[in-house]
Design a protein. Structure first.
Length: 139
């Protein structure tokens, strides 16, 4: 049977993980992603902080009388841009997890239930990291 890591080792690993996560977050926050819909007639640019920076709309869509279609296209483009930015963060986190020997789904969400994701959103806002607590055995 393998020896369990000491509390000191776990704390050191957690500090290292936290430092790397901050570095990744800073790196991703500097990036912008773009999502286009309707054949490129609508483009949304989102930062890594999930802030919408720019929305470009082709004049032909503004001249069209279908307001509902334009609204739906905008929602689709915004959601797509946000998803791309989140995917970038997940890829970077998975890469870091692999480098540290941590299962990447522990940091990026994997195939968790909606309840787990809600738990992680709540814990992410207070900085306590729900998945990390569970990974380190503090569920």
């Amino acid at each position: 049977m393998a020896e369990e890591p000491s509390m000191l080792q776990m704390l050191k690993q957690a500090r290292g993980l936290q430092k790397q996560m901050k570095q990744i977050q800073k790196k991703v926050e500097k990036r912008d992603v773009a999502a286009a819909v309707a054949g490129g007639k609508i483009e949304v640019v989102c930062s890594g902080k999930l802030v919408i920076k720019r929305i470009l709309i082709d004049q032909s869509l503004l001249d069209a009388p279908d307001k509902r279609e334009l609204q739906d296209l905008l929602v689709t483009a915004v959601n797509s841009a946000i998803k791309k930015a989140q995917d970038i963060m997940n890829v970077e986190m998975a890469r870091m997890a692999g480098d540290m020997g941590i299962p990447s789904d522990e940091l990026t969400g994997g195939a968790d239930s909606d309840d787990d994701r809600d738990d992680d959103k709540d814990s992410a806002s207070d900085g306590s990291g729900g998945r990390l607590k569970r990974w380190f055995g503090r569920s």
